[in-house]
Design a protein around this ligand. Structure first.
Ligand code: XMP
Length: 516
């Protein structure tokens, strides 16, 4: 399939570049910026994008692409660091700006170019850079300028290289998607062959070939990824070979376990093992309030329960199907080399079961080329209901990290009730789908209130609601005041144990999305 290769120099936007170009229908792959590039790597590649980076090109150790990138004859688009890199590599110069260019900036186009096909004389871009091109390299000409004459777009006609100082992948960049389409389809002539229907057919065929008539084991968390992976597996393989296991940790949301079971049965699953491990998890957590310690205990309990229950199933050589996403691979550095950022590695429990299956070559990851949005599209294509497909993310340790301090059954119940009211209010107000992730947190304090004529102490619930594209950064969701007041009243009316509701107005960074 025609592919645009993205070389990742560590920008927080690299994943977004991959996703946005795929929105034009052209398939993308990401490799570390300095990965070796040869004829094999370039087999289906029609063009190359060099990403942004936290590095400055003039720093010692600043990463550079394999020389083949510049000699293979394919069109290259440098984004931010990417064009600075090309400038430096071809003899131009890059300097630090006195003042960073950040946010929306108008770009004046001073020459006609296929990269801006269909554009007028200017558009609003989105910038985030502290370095700038001082002198373009030989053969490069400036075709767009931002305020103060700073080069914003360049080209080298002979070599078929382009560069932009702004970020076309960020949604605030007006018509950024058109720039990416003009590059991928207009300039590189890549065919837009990336469709989910095709992916489903190929993924099913790959799975049948790999697994054959062997048994398969899947650990279901109830989240979108594992549910979609289960739906795909059940549609690809004989159902009697598919063994699904769901561990109810007691740290799930209200009615979650019942809904997960219902969904799995509606997919035609025959072998679903529901493990009720609430008592075991809560007993291990008793008396513990330190967040990292809680996470460790929950992780260990998962591993223990998994090992025990999988042994009970008695299918030692079963393939393990996992809902790993492309982002997980890139982030954990497994898929694309050690330089990829390891920001969320602490989220992924290193399970001996997974390690053992991997060592035996028994891990199948049918979603490992997909981004989260694409998994949702796939889920819809496989007939999963919107309530499953559009559900907000939920962390592995569940309510264990949302009941702050010591976790008890009573506190989990209170939090479950408050969270359910919050979410149903968001749905009835038409806000749920506008928010990337929303949930309640139970604070480890009680505050005074009045009920009738008596003073009483109630728990405090904090509301979290964030806008984000991948959870790496997040903005506070800007509620209307009347919605906040309505939600607060609904929670205190319907959950008597809650005496006070507060709204968390911290973005990430500096805060994280979860409180623990
Ligand atoms: P933070 O709190 O790090 O969360 O800003 C970013 C996103 O990751 C989710 N999260 C987790 N997911 N296991 C998971 O599977 C975890 O341990 C975990 N911790 C946080 C969080 O809900 C948010 O979507």
């Amino acid at each position: 399939m025609d592919t645009i290769l993205i070389l990742d120099f560590g920008s927080q936007y690299t994943q977004l570049l991959g996703r946005r170009i795929r929105e034009t229908g052209v398939y993308t792959e990401i490799l570390p910026g300095d990965a070796p590039v040869d004829a094999g790597t370039l087999r289906d590649v029609k063009g190359i994008v060099l990403s942004g980076s936290p590095w400055s090109v003039y720093e010692d150790g600043a990463p550079a692409p394999d020389a083949t990138v510049y000699t293979c004859g394919l069109p290259v688009l440098g984004v931010c660091y990417g064009i600075q890199r090309m400038t430096q590599d071809f003899g131009g110069s890059v300097r630090t700006l006195r003042e960073r260019e950040y946010g929306r900036k108008v770009v004046e186009l001073i020459a006609r170019d296929p990269l801006f096909e269909g554009f007028g004389s200017s558009f609003t871009s989105w910038m985030s850079h502290g370095d700038s091109i001082e002198r373009p390299a030989e053969g490069f000409e400036v075709i767009g300028l931002s305020d103060g004459g700073i080069p914003a777009a360049l080209r080298n006609r002979e070599k078929r290289f382009w560069g932009v100082q702004f970020h076309p992948e960020v949604t605030h960049c007006e018509r950024g998607i058109d720039i990416l389409r003009n590059f991928a389809i207009g300039i590189c002539r890549a065919r837009p062959e990336w469709t989910m229907a095709r992916y489903v057919d190929e993924a099913k065929a790959r799975m049948r070939e790999r697994v054959g008539a062997s048994p398969v084991l899947m650990l279901i968390s109830g989240g979108v990824d594992s549910t979609v992976a289960a739906a795909l597996t059940l549609s690809a393989l004989p159902r009697e070979n598919v063994n699904l296991m769901y561990v109810d940790t007691g740290l799930m949301r209200k009615d979650e376990t019942v809904e997960v079971m219902r969904t799995l049965h509606s997919l035609g699953a025959e072998h679903v093992r529901r493990v009720d491990a609430e008592a075991e998890f809560l007993a291990s957590l008793a008396g513990v309030s330190e967040p990292e310690e809680k996470r460790r205990i929950i992780g260990d309990a998962f591993i223990r329960v998994q090992q025990r229950e999988v042994e009970r199933l008695g299918i030692p050589d079963a393939f393990l199907v996992q809902g790993t996403l492309y982002t997980d691979l890139v982030e954990s550095g497994k898929g694309v080399g050690k330089k990829a950022h390891v920001i969320k590695s602490h989220h992924n429990v290193r399970s001996p079961l997974i390690e053992e299956k991997r060592a035996k070559g028994l891990v199948v990851e049918p979603l490992d080329r997909l981004y989260k949005d694409e998994v949702r599209v796939l889920g819809r294509l496989l007939g999963l209901p919107e309530s499953v497909v559009a559900r907000h993310p939920f962390p592995g340790p569940g309510l264990g990290v949302r009941v702050l301090g010591e976790v008890t059954r009573e506190k989990c119940d209170i939090l479950r009730d408050a969270d359910a009211v919050y979410i149903s209010e968001l749905r009835s107000r038409g806000l749920y789908d506008l928010i990337w992730q929303a949930f309640c947190v139970l604070l480890p304090v009680r505050s005074v209130g009045v009920a009738g004529d008596v003073r009483k102490y109630g728990w405090v619930a904090a509301l979290r609601a964030v806008a984000s594209s991948d959870g790496m950064t997040a903005d506070v969701y800007p509620f209307e005041t009347r919605d906040l007041l309505g939600i607060s009243a609904a929670i205190t009316n319907r959950v008597p144990a809650i005496g006070r509701v507060v709204y968390d107005i911290s973005s990430k960074p500096p805060a994280t999305i979860e409180w623990e």
